[in-house]
Design a protein around this ligand. Structure first.
Ligand SMILES: NC(=O)C1=CN([C@@H]2O[C@H](COP(=O)(O)OP(=O)(O)OC[C@H]3O[C@@H](n4cnc5c(N)ncnc54)[C@H](OP(=O)(O)O)[C@@H]3O)[C@@H](O)[C@H]2O)[C@@H](O)CC1
Ligand SMILES: Nc1ncnc2c1ncn2[C@@H]1O[C@H](COP(=O)(O)OP(=O)(O)O)[C@@H](O)[C@H]1O
Ligand SMILES: [K+]
Length: 511
């Protein structure tokens, strides 16, 4: 599903109005009605059925006026508050404002401190507050009276329903612009905005509902999506199919180069995750002295020693025997010999390569090696690893997750999967996919190794590198969400996530 920025949404609105001749006031009416439906649902279980609607001077406020009119027509008690000077209301919003005036609706303007004290008292009398102060037209940090109104709304302890996006959240990146409404529910129109999906914006939205307001599909298609949300439907279509007349060779051979003394678990988790994701054969390459430990715990994989793969002494070339995908780095340590092996893999592999964890830390020491890639490459850094790869601070990365992932992909021609709450995936052309499955319980040692194994297992089955990365990110988060339900976010382990992969896949295949 496409996700739009404020500018793209404005463009869509323009196309709908100018090219498809749908009057803006119809879109505003549809938007208002979509929110009214949700308000009515909430009111059904509330004793206090009075609704307060807070409106700004733009079209977000215009939607608020439409909502007020419909609720009044249901005979409900509605108080409309306009923040600012009503003489500045224009266009469709003005038409809807004037209808309310003619209806003799209760409209109060909020301009100064005195009005604020009154507002605080009046909101107390309502069961639901509707936030129509600002939407995708947010231009600058919130200050002054609006800031204080938002603080009052947030303090109210009432159910808060936001129109399109909570006021103060920047639709372009999900950042709080000075102050923002903390909603229980947000009804966004036609398509999610980036700010509805990324954190902290996503938290401020509460439950997010996406409602159609009658913008034609062709108009949406006309705007090239640079950012998409990974959906269940998308992943269902991407998951490799299994056919009757096949054998293990049909589902590919994954090579996992991982683990070192003290970090054998990473190799085990990644290898099992590749198998759980459907790879036909998994070969796990570990230092020779660890083979026994690994074999004890990983009965379904073939174990080979690193020395068999690559002989450092005579600089013998890295040898591949019919592998379909390679992962390198989980728990592998940062020994010089391993760095050489990593370089050999990058330079010589002809099948997709996933680089993770210590593989990325070593890559950061000689990033130019990426220029010699022959095969598609996927890197899976968490923000700390990304900081080492780019020289940016973790804070800079987290504030610009989309731009950083996209920038790295464009520069180095690799697929970048930037981990964290809302994993960001960028392909080599800068198309971005956001994953919304997963939870903070997954911030537990080894959970990244499971993801690496899943990507590699899916790659081995022959789907494209981008498809494998998207599918793995979604299913990894799904398995994490199932695990959190079972064990709670505090106690879940990476190994538990691994055990939930099958059920996540089964759930997906049911529909
Ligand atoms: N797209 C669609 O298809 C549809 C969109 N619809 C709806 O329209 C909404 C977008 O409407 P919009 O463009 O009028 O912007 P909106 O958010 O109301 O704000 C603009 C006003 O806020 C002001 N302002 C800005 N920043 C400020 C600040 N920090 N502090 C204070 N003021 C600030 C700005 O003032 P100015 O900068 O001009 O001084 C201007 O007055 C969208 O979210 C959705 O709800 C639906 O009706 C149906 C179809
Ligand atoms: N708050 C969160 N919400 C969603 N996913 C998360 C969250 N925290 C961590 N994760 C996911 O958990 C995994 C952690 O990976 P990583 O940091 O590499 O762990 P490790 O190196 O210990 O295996 C990543 O896939 C990341 O996206
Ligand atoms: K809003």
């Amino acid at each position: 599903m496409k996700i739009f920025s404020n500018e793209e949404m404005k463009n869509l609105d323009r196309i709908a109005i100018e090219e498809y001749k749908i009057p803006g006031i119809i879109l505003m009416e549809n938007a208002g009605i979509a929110v009214v439906k949700e308000i009515v649902k909430s009111l059904e279980i509330k004793e206090n059925k009075r609704v307060a609607i807070l409106c700004g001077l733009g079209n977000n406020g215009g939607d608020g006026f439409v909502i007020a009119r419909h609720l009044i027509s249901y005979g409900l008690g509605v108080d409309t508050y306009v923040i600012g000077n009503t003489s500045s209301i224009k266009g469709d919003a003005k038409i809807n404002y004037e209808i309310l005036v003619h209806l003799k609706a209760s409209i109060t303007t909020i301009k100064d401190e005195e009005d604020l004290a009154m507002l605080e008292d009046s909101l107390e009398k309502c069961g639901i507050l509707v936030d129509g102060i600002l939407g995708t037209g947010l231009q600058r940090p919130i200050e002054g009276v609006i800031k204080e109104v938002i603080a009052i709304v947030n303090k109210s302890k009432k159910e808060i329903i936001a129109i399109d996006i909570p006021s103060g959240i920047n639709g372009d990146d999900g950042e709080v612009y000075g102050e923002a409404v903390k909603a229980n529910k947000t009804i966004t129109f036609q398509l999610p905005k980036i700010g509805n999906i990324l954190y902290p914006g996503s938290d401020y939205c509460g439950k997010l509902l996406i409602e159609n307001i009658g913008i034609p599909k062709n108009a949406i298609d006309a705007i090239e999506a640079k950012i998409s949300l990974i959906t269940e439907k998308m992943v269902q279509a991407l998951l490799p199919k299994r056919y009757s007349d096949t054998h293990k060779g049909s589902y590919g051979k994954a090579l996992i180069i991982a683990g070192s003394f003290g970090m054998t678990g990473a190799a085990i988790l990644a290898s099992k995750a590749a198998l759980r994701s459907g790879a036909g054969i998994v070969k796990t390459a570990v230092p020779k002295e660890l083979s026994v430990i690994i074999e004890n715990q990983l009965i379904e994989a073939i174990t080979v020693s690193l020395e068999e793969l690559w002989n450092q002494d005579n600089q013998q070339a890295f040898r591949l025997k019919g592998e379909d995908a390679i992962a390198i780095g989980p728990g592998s340590g940062r020994a010089e010999a391993f760095k050489k092996l990593l370089e050999a893999v990058v330079e010589e592999a002809t099948v997709p390569v996933v680089i993770d964890a210590d593989g990325l830390n070593l890559l950061a020491e000689n990033i130019d090696i990426l220029k010699s890639l022959k095969a598609p490459c996927i890197i899976t850094p968490h923000p700390g690893e990304m900081a080492r790869l780019t020289g940016l601070s973790i804070d800079e990365i987290n504030r610009n997750r989309i731009d950083v992932a996209r920038g790295f992909s464009l520069k180095w021609k690799v697929i970048t999967l930037l981990k964290g709450a809302r994993t960001i995936i960028s392909d080599e052309k800068g198309n971005v996919y956001i994953n919304s499955t997963g939870n903070p319980g997954m911030a537990t040692a080894g959970s990244g190794d499971v993801l690496t194994g899943m990507i590699t297992g899916l790659l081995a089955q022959g789907i494209s590198p981008l498809e494998a990365t998207i599918t793995a990110a979604y299913l990894h988060g799904k398995a994490g969400d199932r695990t959190a339900e079972k064990y709670g976010q505090y106690s879940m382990l990476a190994g538990d996530i691994l055990e939930e992969i099958p059920y996540g896949i089964k759930e997906l295949l049911k529909f």
